[in-house]
Design a protein around this ligand. Structure first.
Ligand code: ADP
Ligand code: MG
Length: 456
């Protein structure tokens, strides 16, 4: 494998195990510059990226490299600004390259964003498959794109990881831009929005920022569950929201859960979120998953046997991004071996991907993910407190230790500051019963479970 192919393969896998924002931020502009004697050197564009990759992603990268070439022992990162010449040669042969290069087939979409709107033309309504699972969200987005500010305001889309929220938000933004080229449209991740607010407050520029934002015609904020616990951001956003709303400017938001399940969010903001249209995206059924894979194949200019697509769609059920990751892996194989993998090869190629995802949960992860989901510190779960906002997450953690790790009740009890087994049994049974009665709790637990197996 050439260095380029090796790195593209690594990226193809990392792409679906980290969030979109992280992927774009930390992996854009990276490449392998050298790989010999079991040592791999990766060039990154700046010091930030170097430190992040070293601290957060080194072991994951090494693991993937080793799965591809077992003799690799170390990976190091060096800073190297991208050379301007390279871009020229790339532009020169663009058409030919587009047809040939693996990179363009894998299409890391994060790298093609328009700077002004943050919209990515690759996400549009044409390549968005509609089924029962996302029908309402799609119809509402379409309506908003035809009459921004006039039908549903705000439009609030929610659903689990990798099910098409970002795609839909981006498609709506792009459709508005096409129909109303003069409108000012801004798409932003909530992380980026939060850091803008924090910077503006620090530099005493918050009034200017609010003024600028007040001139936006369509404001799209992705993943607003991250506003949880960010009081300052919530306060400033509340004012921005009101100002836009009064001017009949369109606001579109997404979250991994409905507004009433976002913890630590001000009541007045929650009621704003609930004041327009709320539409959910659930999981696609098998036929729809196959249809999505077919669309992706077309986009990537490739095709696989129906049986192969069926195999992927039956084994990856809850996350469209993961399905795309699997497809990418097959694409790499196809490119390197100049032949299409048959079903037996596909099983082998995807085996590790499906089982590593399954195996990868552990006690630490359960505690961290449950705590993060409810905006708590993992240590909070271990305390004796009976505060309501902690009791429920603690019971959910106990429930998951039992259900996902099959731990014994006494050992679960011991983990939580020496409680006895009856507490653990009580927690398990209570949550198991509540899930049946309360759809919101069911959504929350499904989201948590999804993270246990998806994220690193
Ligand atoms: P989310 O923001 O909900 O985590 P994304 O919008 O990032 O999910 O979707 C993950 C991947 O799945 C993207 O590549 C997206 O294009 C694709 N995808 C999701 N839903 C659909 C759909 N209905 N039709 C086609 N592709 C989809
Ligand atoms: Mg998203």
């Amino acid at each position: 494998m050439s260095n380029e192919e090796l790195w593209q393969t690594v990226l193809a896998q990392i792409q679906f195990s980290v969030s979109r924002a992280n992927f774009a931020t930390w992996f854009g502009g990276t490449k392998i510059t050298n790989s010999s004697n079991g040592e791999v050197t990766v060039a990154v564009p700046n010091l930030f990226a170097k430190e992040w990759l070293e601290n957060k992603y080194q072991s994951l990268i090494l693991k993937i490299l080793r799965s591809l070439e077992p003799n690799i022992r170390t990976v190091e990162f060096i800073i190297k600004a991208p050379t301007p010449n390279v871009q020229k040669t790339e532009a020169f042969n663009r058409d030919e390259e587009r047809a040939l290069s693996l990179e363009s087939q894998l299409q890391f979409p994060e790298f093609q964003v328009d700077q002004k709107t943050n919209l990515n033309p690759r996400y549009n309504f044409n390549n968005f498959i509609v089924g029962g699972f996302n029908e309402l969200a799609h119809a509402a987005s379409l309506a908003v794109s035809e009459k921004p500010g006039l039908v549903y305001n705000p439009l609030f889309i929610y659903g689990g990881v990798g099910l098409g929220k970002t795609h839909l938000l981006q498609a709506t933004g792009s459709a508005i831009l096409k129909a109303f080229p003069d409108k000012k449209i801004k798409y932003t991740s909530s992380e980026r929005f939060i850091s803008k607010i924090v910077d503006a407050i620090r530099n005493q520029e918050i009034e200017e920022l609010k003024k600028r934002m007040g001139k936006i015609d369509v404001l799209i904020i992705d993943d607003v569950q991250f506003f949880a616990g960010k009081e300052k951001t919530q306060e400033e956003f509340f004012h921005i929201f009101n100002s836009l709303f009064q001017q009949q400017k369109q606001i579109i938001l997404s979250s991994d859960r409905p507004p009433n399940a976002i913890p630590a969010i001000e009541e007045r903001l929650r009621s704003r979120f609930e004041g327009g249209m709320i539409a959910d995206i659930s999981s696609p059924d098998l036929e729809t998953r196959i249809a999505i894979l077919q669309t992706k194949c077309q986009e990537k200019n490739t095709s696989f046997d129906e049986k192969v697509l069926e195999y992927i769609a039956s084994n990856i059920q809850k996350n469209i991004r993961e399905m795309e990751g699997a497809l990418n892996r097959l694409l790499v194989f196809q490119k390197l071996n100049q032949k299409t993998p048959d079903l037996t090869t596909v099983r082998k190629l995807l085996h590790s991907l499906m089982t590593t995802a399954k195996k990868s949960t552990n006690p630490k992860k359960i505690l961290e993910i449950v705590a993060a989901f409810y905006d708590l510190d993992p240590n909070d779960l271990m305390t004796q407190t009976r505060r309501k906002e902690i009791v429920k997450p603690r019971q959910i953690a106990m429930f998951l230790f039992r259900q996902e790790l099959k731990e014994s009740y006494p050992s679960i009890g011991r983990r939580f500051s020496g409680k006895d087994h009856t507490t653990a049994i009580y927690a398990y049974e209570k949550i198991a019963r509540l899930i049946e009665e309360d759809p919101t709790l069911m959504t929350e637990i499904n989201l948590i479970k999804q993270r246990l197996y998806v994220e690193i």
